[in-house]
Design a protein around this ligand. Structure first.
Ligand code: IPE
Ligand code: IPE
Ligand code: MG
Length: 246
């Protein structure tokens, strides 16, 4: 078995943790039980990522489209999220983890938002690893929000339309300082992006894990990193060029 190269750990890992509902249904359990197991997997993966030296971890916890799920499921997810933010705060803080969030957070229940804002404030100065939760998040909406802000700046005369370039667009995303992910992991057997980080994933390496999210843990994360370390990221160039000027 090949070993992980500690020099080539992906700096920013994004995850689409999918398959909680199916995990529960396979066991004739209510879907909420799958979400509960999913939270445990999040806990384990946050610990493992930090131990392995990941600097940035972005987790798609709840999409804008997920608001259209049955009301009871949305309510259960919000309850779990609130409980996670409250119960795991101490451990995250003690491990030097900064908590951040992206998405239309104003749509979240007041209780969830309060816990989230409190934890973000509390962990703001931590610098071991940043965990960013995408909540009420849509990649297209993030771009719409960026366009609106850019138009406002043009209208008020602070921005010249000719000065709008990729850097300018990127600087209007929810967390402009967050670099693009190096690796995207999706569990749950689906091969799609589901409206996650549309702009930021332009050159991200994709890894589709054939496992439901509650069954994903440290070993599966290591497997994803091993696969990542075999990839050659060319960014449009040729292998030959990369050998000459890496
Ligand atoms: C992912 O699991 C969790 C969220 C979307 C919040 P799902 O709930 O989508 O599980 P499946 O895909 O139905 O199995
Ligand atoms: C993606 O999972 C969103 C999250 C994991 C939060 P979904 O289950 O919502 O995605 P689709 O509907 O299968 O594309
Ligand atoms: Mg799903």
């Amino acid at each position: 078995m090949s070993k992980l190269d500690p020099e080539k750990i992906p700096r920013h890992v994004a995850i689409i943790p999918d398959g909680n509902g199916r995990w529960a249904e396979l066991r004739n359990l209510p879907r909420d039980e799958g979400h509960l197991k999913g939270v445990q997997a999040v806990r384990e993966v946050v610990r493992a990522a930090s131990e392995l030296g990941v600097r940035l971890l972005t987790l798609y916890a709840f999409s804008q489209e997920n608001w259209d799920r049955p009301r009871d499921e949305v309510r259960a997810l919000m309850r779990l999220l609130k409980r996670y933010l409250r119960n795991d705060g101490d451990e995250l803080h003690e491990n030097g983890i900064r908590v951040a969030a992206i998405g239309r957070l104003e749509r979240l229940d007041a209780g969830v938002r309060r816990e989230l804002e409190r934890l973000m404030r509390r962990t703001e100065a931590n610098d071991q690893m940043q965990v960013t939760f995408a909540l009420s998040y849509s990649g297209r909406t993030e771009l719409v929000d960026a366009v609106r802000q850019i138009v406002r700046e043009v209208e008020s005369g602070c921005l010249d339309p000719e000065a709008i370039d990729e850097k300018c667009v990127a600087s209007h995303l929810y967390l402009p300082e967050l670099p693009d992910p190096d690796l995207l992991i999706r569990t749950g057997y689906e091969h799609r992006i589901s409206n996650f980080l549309l702009w930021q994933l332009a050159y991200t390496e994709l890894y589709l894990a054939d496992v439901l999210w509650p069954d994903f843990g440290k070993q599966q994360l290591v497997d994803a990193f091993l696969a990542y370390q075999q990839r050659e990221r060319r960014f449009g160039r040729t292998s030959e060029q990369l050998r000459r000027e890496p």
